[in-house]
Design a protein around this ligand. Structure first.
Ligand SMILES: *Cc1c(COP(=O)(O)O)cnc(C)c1O
Length: 233
């Protein structure tokens, strides 16, 4: 699907409107919700349109794609890595991304910290949780999260700024709410624990098919791709 700038602006405005309405339903304002526009599989041309439409925060799920697109935009976008990250690829993106959403092991946290120190930065990260515990997905089971957060909090090159989840792709709204609610509970629990090196700022949950439910249940960062850019090929 090739979008014109006007179509993209319309789609973006519609998504922003729905974000605002969901935020208001949960006693917050549009400004309280960060929109990460998911640009995976989108061309450089589409990214340029996204930039022209006012998008500044983009999410990519593959290291290779970040690297391929980076030279055309560099820091004009704030790049988020939202997909599974292999330890041996951390070094390729450490100086490019502003937030890594997908930390799901101490091994990965250690490597991010090590590479960040080398680069002279502290990398903000989110811990990926999988409260639905689907076997095919990445992410920790709920009871493993606090353990990982505590173990990783001491690492000098990372700063834990919240949690992320990819909810199962189902129509069952009650089940989705349950998943998001469980995330919110872990998020709030970690907030009250006050662990040095941890600041629970972001709860990254909600995609095109479920972002309104996620916001209603407490998400303050949503990752939306097809809702903005149309179905991916
Ligand atoms: C692709 C992707 C999204 C966006 O999915 P849409 O359904 O297109 O909104 C969000 N988060 C992650 C981790 C993704 O891989």
């Amino acid at each position: 699907m090739v979008l014109t700038i006007d179509q993209l602006k319309d789609r973006l405005a519609h998504v922003q409107e729905r974000i605002k309405d969901a935020a208001v339903r949960s006693d917050r304002a549009a400004e309280d919700i960060v929109l990460v526009a998911v640009t995976k599989t989108q061309s450089i041309e589409t990214l340029q349109l996204a930039y022209d439409a006012g998008i500044r925060t983009v999410g990519e799920n593959r290291v290779q794609e970040v690297n391929a697109k980076w030279p055309s935009f560099e820091r004009r976008f704030e790049w988020h890595l939202i997909g599974h990250l292999q330890t041996n690829k951390v070094k390729y993106i450490i100086d490019k991304v502003a937030l890594i959403h997908s930390v799901d092991s101490l091994k990965l946290a250690k490597e991010i910290s090590r590479q960040a120190e080398k680069a002279g930065i502290i990398m903000p990260v989110l811990i990926q949780v999988n409260p639905a515990e689907e076997e095919s997905k990445f992410g920790l089971a709920s009871d493993e999260v606090v353990t990982l957060v505590k173990a990783a909090s001491a690492l000098p090159g990372i700063k834990i700024e919240g949690l992320m989840t990819i909810a199962p792709f189902v129509e069952d709204e009650a089940f989705l709410r349950q998943v998001f609610r469980e995330m919110r509970q872990i998020f709030d629990q970690l907030k009250t624990e006050v662990i040095p090196g941890v600041e629970m700022k972001y709860l990254s949950m909600g995609m095109t098919h479920d972002f309104e439910i996620a916001i209603e249940e407490g998400a303050n960062m949503v990752r939306i791709g097809s809702g903005i850019f149309g179905e991916r090929q």
